[in-house]
Design a protein around this ligand. Structure first.
Ligand code: ATP
Ligand code: MG
Length: 551
């Protein structure tokens, strides 16, 4: 296979445009509506828009599409900025569609003066009814006959707040018989007496999406305006407005929305999960939001790699979340510090061990020669994982069992001599012996064992909380499944282990650190850790156990 990646269709367009001299540099924008947190779908759009100008020169604006006063909040603006930066991208200008309200108003006046817009007093039901159907043309009402002067006057009064919400709209006068329903005199402005997060109470009329988005593109001289497929029918109106307003000819291109298996990606649905308490916030590590993935320990590099791998498509499809996890594992394997943590402790006592203060050396990351090693205090009393012992093991159980030997990672080979039980017949302790000549690095014992177990020293280990996450939904295609998406929530998506034991070095863990807890997966510190109370989130397991269990 060739190393060179083929161009995606948008890159092809850009290369043609640059080759033909149509543009010297390209300008793109990422235009989120600040009505929620960014999710993985947005990440693909961010990587595409910023990736293009990184590759071809030019720049990308971050534009908040904040034309809907009711759903938007400053909290979302801040989170969006943080997420884009965290993903590793820098925008040229931070802009707000609401900064263009005066300009957009002037554009509307221009259309009225050209006889291409009118004030309509119909109710929304009447407007919908008069619009016709895809097979039947719509019809104009008497308001469409208003004179330019009357329209100008009414529009000024709309702005001045003389009218109630919903009592009037401004419509473009295009073609009530167009096969494109969006061209049948679309609404440009509506009245909404609502407080806006940036313009306050300055405005009581707000432009509709179609009369803000394209115009904002033109104002910013955006060369390639990239949006998702559902905007294909809007392109005709986008171009009509550019032509009639005689403004910078931005071009709209559409690519397929990206969706992931086992999750939902619409902000509306994610908001429901938050508001109805199915998760504990937008950054709950089970959510597909960028802030949740950050909290869970995903790296920006792995998300960028994932977006690159799935590329840009013209048709919608579901992307296997397993691919995202694969990218995360690949990156973490290179950078994560190896540590030992026992999630379900079983005590072992090494009866023939009497040394004091002996340390063993354990490598921080075998994939990174510069990462060095750390010293771990060995001891007489240790914890191992309960599942690493079986009293009556099947044939190929290479872990600990009565009379069987294993190696303790970076330390000695031990043998299980005796099983100690309580009155209920539960195993509470194992008595073992160690082979003094078998120390890792200087093993002269000649004994070969197949199993190596992780362990912690029972006297120095620190208690930590571990959060294990599973998929938030039980079906692959949540949006495609019958009924309500909430019917498919996985009730066991979070498992909290309150009392795991970690090697003491983890007391120094920082939020940015990435760990591999040997044999247990990749982990990072959770933001709710405080002082002595350490909480670790499992980012991802070491192997794709899900695919195996479910196929
Ligand atoms: P949602 O339905 O989740 O609210 P949206 O499209 O309304 O998504 P916006 O804030 O309007 O969200 O989107 C900002 C940009 O991100 C737009 O250009 C949009 O096309 C893109 N985008 C949103 N969701 C996806 C997705 N799933 N895949 C690819 N791009 C997306
Ligand atoms: Mg939206």
């Amino acid at each position: 296979m060739s190393e060179e990646k083929s161009l995606n269709f948008i890159e092809e367009i850009v290369e043609q445009d640059l080759a033909s001299g149509k543009y010297k540099n390209i300008i793109t924008r990422f235009p989120p509506e600040p009505n929620g947190y960014l999710h993985m779908g947005h990440a693909t759009s961010i990587c595409l828009n910023f990736g293009l100008t990184k590759k071809y020169g030019g720049y990308t604006n971050l534009r908040f599409d904040d034309t809907n006063p009711v759903t938007e909040e400053t909290e979302y603006v801040e989170s969006i900025k943080e997420d884009v930066k965290w993903l590793g991208f820098e925008w040229k200008h931070e802009l707000y569609a609401s900064d263009y309200f005066e300009q957009l108003y002037a554009f509307a006046v221009k259309l009225i003066k050209k006889g291409l817009a009118y004030v309509d007093d119909s109710t929304s039901e009447e407007i919908a009814e008069q619009k016709g159907t895809p097979t039947q043309p719509g019809r104009r009402n008497q308001y469409a006959e208003r004179s330019i002067d009357t329209n100008l006057e009414l529009f000024v009064q709309m702005r001045e707040g003389k009218y109630a919400d919903g009592s009037k709209v401004l419509r473009a006068k295009i073609d009530m018989a167009s096969s494109n329903m969006l061209m049948r005199d679309p609404i440009l402005y509506r009245i909404k007496h609502a407080h806006h997060h940036r313009t306050g109470d300055n405005w009581c009329i707000y432009p509709m999406y179609d009369f803000a988005h394209g115009q904002s593109d033109s104002i910013e001289n955006i060369t390639h305006s990239i949006c998702t497929l559902e905007f294909i029918p809007h392109r005709e109106l986008y171009n009509w407005l550019i032509k009639e307003l005689d403004i910078y000819p931005s071009h709209q291109y559409e690519f397929a929305r990206r969706n992931l298996t086992y999750t939902v990606m619409s902000k509306r649905k994610l908001l429901q999960l938050v508001n109805e308490g199915f998760v504990d916030g937008w950054d709950d590590p089970r959510m597909p939001t960028i802030s949740a993935m950050r909290r869970r320990g995903f790296t920006p590099a792995s998300i960028r790699e994932f977006c690159d791998k799935i590329g840009v498509a013209k048709r919608e499809n579901l992307v296997d979340v397993g691919l995202l996890e694969f990218c995360v594992r690949e990156d973490l394997n290179k950078i994560a510090l190896r540590r030992m943590v026992v999630l379900d402790p079983l005590k072992i006592v090494i009866t023939n061990y009497d040394k004091e203060g002996e340390v063993v050396l354990s490598e921080n990351n075998p994939e990174d020669a510069n990462s060095g090693s750390r010293e771990i205090l060995f001891g007489k009393e240790l914890f191992i994982e309960r599942e690493d012992f079986m009293e009556n093991p099947p044939k190929k159980f290479f872990r600990l069992a009565p009379g069987q030997m294993v190696r303790l990672k970076s330390a000695y080979i031990i043998k299980c001599d005796e099983v100690v039980k309580d009155e209920q017949d539960n195993v509470i302790e194992l008595k073992c012996t160690y082979i003094p000549e078998s120390k890792s690095g200087s093993d002269t014992s000649g004994i070969h064992v197949k199993g190596t177990l992780h362990w912690v020293n029972a006297t120095t280990a620190i208690p930590v909380q571990i959060n294990l996450y599973d998929r938030l939904f039980t079906v692959e295609d949540v949006d495609g499944a019958e009924g309500e998406f909430k019917d498919y929530i996985n009730k066991n998506s979070l498992q909290v282990i309150a009392n795991a034991y970690a090697e003491p070095d983890l007391r120094n863990a920082n939020m940015q650190d990435r760990f591999q807890f040997l044999r247990k997966g990749y982990f990072c510190l959770d933001k709710n850790s405080a002082g002595e109370k350490l909480i670790f989130n499992r980012t991802v397991t070491l192997k794709d156990t899900w695919a195996k269990a479910n196929k």
